[in-house]
Design a protein around this ligand. Structure first.
Ligand code: PLP
Length: 390
C-alpha cells in the first residue's frame, strides 16, 4: 500500500508535536509549563454553554443546511455590521466546524498546479501546507522584526508574478502578534486590485487588540469585498476552540463552490453548536473584554520578563496572545532553543521555524496561561539559559 504523492506535500503544526513531547515528559513525572498552545485558557462564557444545552434539549440534533442555519448566517452578518467590520448579506456567510476548513475550502476551490500563493512568513503553518497540498507554490513574504513583523507592501509587490492567484494576510498575526495599520491595509488592497488577486484575510484574532487599537482589515478598503474571503470564528474571541465553530464571508462567485465542498466533506456544522454561536454573537460583550484585559496584563509581564533575560529581546505585540522573542543572542538555532527549554527548563515553546523559514532566530510563546505560571516559566527560562549565551 502506498500513500498518494500529494500526502508528501501536506505539512503539520509543530504545536501538536511539541505538545506530544511535553506530555511524554509529564508521563515521566516532570512538571511542564505549556506555552506552546494556541488557545485561550478561559472557560466559554456560561450564557453560550446554556444556549447549547437548551438547543440539545429542544432537539437540534439533526442535519441542518450545509452553509449554516439561516438564523446564524443572519446573526453573523448583523454582528459584522454592528462591530463596524463589514456590511454584507447572510447569503455570503458560510458556517464551518472551526475556521480551519475555510482555508481548506478556499485553496481547493481556487488554486491548482502552477499557481502561486503569497503567504506571510512566519505565519500559521497550515497556509503553506495546504497551498502545497493543492499543487500550488507557496511564496513566502517575509515579516521582518525591523518592520514590526508587518507585511512590507513594497516587498509584497516585488513578489507578485503573473502566476499569483491568492494572497493570504492575517491580522493580528500568529505567531508574531503584529497588527496591520490603516496604511498597510490600503497599500495591500491597492496591490491586490492592481494585480487582480483574491485575498484571504484571516481575522481569527480580530477581537484581541491592545491599547484600545481598533482592528483594521483589507475589507475596510472600497472594492475589496468582492475579492476578499474573510476567515473568522468563535474559537479565540469566545474561548470556544473545542466547539469547532468558524465562518467565512465570500465573494458571491465562491459561495456555491464552497458550499459544494462543505457538502462533500462534513455535510454541515453541528446543529446545537450553531445555536450557541448565535448566543455568543448576540450576547454580552463583557466576557470578551475581561479576557482581552487579562491577556494585556499577561502580555506586559511576559514581554518585560523576556527582555530582562540576557540573549533574548522581545517586541511588545499589538494583538493575539503570542510573543515572538528574538533568541539569536543565545547563539543556538531556534529548534535547539525549543528543545533545550522543554528538556531543561520544563517550558514548552515553539521554534519560530515551525512558522516558516523567516522564523529562524525566534521562538513563539503563548501567554494563554496564568500570570503566576508565566512568572514561574520566566524564572525557569532565565535560569536555564544562563551560561548558554555565547
Ligand atoms: N487562523 C489562525 C491564524 C490560527 O492561529 C488558527 C488557530 O490556531 C486558526 C486560523 C484556526 O482556528 P480554528 O481553531 O477555529 O479552526
Amino acid at each position: 500500500m502506498r500513500l498518494s504523492t500529494r500526502m508528501g506535500r501536506l505539512g503539520t503544526e509543530s504545536a501538536f508535536e511539541v505538545l506530544a513531547r511535553a506530555r511524554a515528559l509529564e508521563a515521566q513525572g516532570r512538571t511542564i509549563t505549556h506555552l506552546e498552545i494556541g488557545e485561550p485558557d478561559f472557560a466559554t462564557p456560561a450564557h453560550i454553554v446554556d444556549a447549547a444545552v437548551r438547543a440539545l434539549e429542544e432537539g437540534h440534533t439533526h442535519y441542518v443546511p450545509s452553509p449554516g442555519i439561516p438564523e446564524l448566517r443572519e446573526a453573523v452578518a448583523e454582528f459584522l455590521e454592528r462591530t463596524g467590520r463589514l456590511a454584507t448579506s447572510p447569503d455570503r456567510v458560510i458556517v464551518t466546524p472551526g475556521a480551519k476548513p475555510i482555508l481548506w475550502y478556499v485553496l481547493h476551490a481556487v488554486c491548482e498546479e502552477g499557481d502561486e500563493v503569497l503567504i506571510p512568513d512566519p505565519s500559521f503553518p497550515i497556509y503553506g501546507s495546504l497551498a502545497s497540498f493543492v499543487g500550488a507554490t507557496p511564496i513566502p513574504v517575509p515579516l521582518r522584526e525591523e518592520h514590526g513583523f508587518r507585511l512590507d507592501p513594497s516587498e509584497l509587490a516585488s513578489l507578485v508574478s503573473d502566476r499569483t492567484k491568492l494572497l493570504i494576510v492575517s491580522s493580528p498575526e500568529n505567531p508574531c502578534g503584529s497588527a496591520l495599520t490603516r496604511e498597510d491595509v490600503e497599500a495591500i488592497a491597492s496591490i491586490a486590485i492592481e494585480h487582480d488577486l483574491l485575498v484571504l484575510s484571516d481575522e481569527i484574532y480580530w477581537a484581541i487588540c491592545y491599547e484600545g487599537r481598533k482592528h483594521v482589515s483589507v475589507l475596510d478598503v472600497d472594492g475589496m469585498a468582492d475579492r476578499t474571503v474573510l476567515l473568522d470564528g468563535w474559537s479565540k474571541t469566545f474561548a470556544m476552540t473545542g466547539w469547532r465553530l468558524g465562518f467565512g464571508v465570500f465573494p458571491a462567485w465562491l459561495v456555491e463552490p464552497v458550499t459544494r465542498l462543505v457538502i462533500n466533506s462534513v455535510s454541515c456544522t453541528a446543529a446545537f453548536g450553531q445555536h450557541a454561536a448565535i448566543a455568543a454573537l448576540r450576547g454580552p460583550w463583557e466576557p470578551v473584554e475581561a479576557m482581552v484585559a487579562e491577556f494585556a496584563r499577561r502580555r506586559d509581564v511576559i514581554v518585560d520578563g523576556l527582555n530582562a533575560i540576557d540573549g533574548i529581546s522581545c517586541v511588545r505585540p499589538g494583538g493575539a496572545f503570542y510573543v515572538f522573542p528574538n533568541v539569536r543572542g543565545l547563539g543556538f538555532p531556534s529548534r535547539e532553543v525549543e528543545r533545550h527549554l522543554l528538556d531543561d527548563a520544563g517550558v514548552a515553546v515553539l521554534s519560530g521555524t515551525g512558522f516558516g523559514i523567516h522564523g529562524e532566530g525566534y521562538v513563539r510563546l503563548s501567554y494563554a496561561a496564568s500570570v503566576e505560571r508565566i512568572r514561574g516559566a520566566l524564572d525557569a527560562i532565565g535560569a536555564s539559559v544562563q551560561g548558554l549565551v555565547r
